[in-house]
Design a protein around this ligand. Structure first.
Ligand code: ADP
Ligand code: MG
Length: 275
């Protein structure tokens, strides 16, 4: 029996919470564990595309917007179409600013919430994991990501109280689950840019775990703040190549293990239910 890819949307409508950095490093982390990984840049700003080493996304012939356009026009997508290969063993479906126009166009489209899901239909049988790097809004592109995903991974910056923004995101996820995608789970909340040296940072970590930890998984592993992580965005390399022995690489390695562990647990559970 062929296994279908697990699709994880990395989502938070707030900018700068570490979504793109997490996509890149979790993706490469999973590939280092032998998994076939596709990352999808679902943000017109194309930060993931740029940070993976394609600095001029607007010069790419085929991007996510091209493929969404094909779905809207009922044209077939060829296997592997538009997909770029990164030297660290992961694949990328890139974005460009054209995706912004696509989002506007979706408003009047039929099945407008499921266009990304259709784009990914072929890839589901080719990859073990598909990671969706979401744009910082709760607009149509993010709804498309949540409609296509098995789970949502939510990076939360440890410096700010997430309070209202996180509530709104969780409400959106519930709504998508009720109306579009009943199997959507929450993979977990990931504390990013943590700073264990300050009391404030520690307090926020504790507060989030107290407020949400009973209902939602909060990853044991947070991602520490380090200039090393910020440097990778300009390099086209993951933290595993840029600073393999540093604390951020170590943290993303541990996060990768947590994600793999819960995927394995779910798979076993599904098999048990089939017996
Ligand atoms: P988002 O995709 O949510 O907007 P990014 O991943 O682009 O967030 O991160 C926002 C900024 O913070 C970027 O400049 C990135 O390089 C930097 N950054 C990400 N993770 C870390 C970290 N662990 N420590 C320090 N800087 C980080
Ligand atoms: Mg981003």
């Amino acid at each position: 029996m062929s296994q279908k890819a697990t699709v994880i949307a990395v989502v938070n409508q707030k900018g700068g919470t570490g979504k793109t950095t997490t996509c890149e490093n979790l993706g490469v982390g999973l590939a280092m564990e032998g998994k076939k990984v596709l990352m999808v840049d679902n943000d017109p700003q194309a930060s993931l595309t740029i940070s993976m080493g394609w600095p001029k996304p607007d010069e790419l012939n085929t991007t996510l917007a091209t493929l969404m356009g094909k779905v809207l026009e009922d044209k077939p997508i060829q296997p592997g179409e538009g997909i770029l290969h990164h030297p660290e063993g992961v694949d990328l479906l890139p974005a460009s600013i054209e995706l912004a126009g696509m989002e506007v166009g979706l408003v009047n489209a039929m099945s407008r919430e499921k266009v990304l899901k259709q784009v990914l239909e072929n890839s589901k049988h080719t990859y073990d994991f598909i990671l969706l790097d979401c744009t910082p809004s709760l607009g149509m592109l993010t709804i498309n990501a949540l409609a296509a995903a098995d789970s949502a991974l939510i990076p939360v910056q440890a410096q700010y109280l997430p309070a209202k923004g996180l509530e709104q995101l969780l409400q959106t996820i519930s709504k998508v689950r009720r109306q579009i995608n009943p199997k959507l789970r929450i993979e977990g909340i990931l504390m990013t840019m943590t700073d264990s040296r300050t009391n404030f940072g520690k307090e926020i970590d504790t507060l989030v775990r107290q407020a949400y930890g009973t209902k939602i998984k909060v990853f044991d592993q947070g991602i520490p703040r380090s200039v090393r992580a910020a440097e990778t965005s300009a390099e086209g390399k993951s933290i595993f190549t840029h600073d393999p022995k540093g604390k951020v690489a170590e943290a993303y390695r541990a996060l990768t293990k947590e994600v793999l562990h819960s995927a394995e647990k779910r798979r076993k559970h599904q098999l048990d239910q089939l017996r």
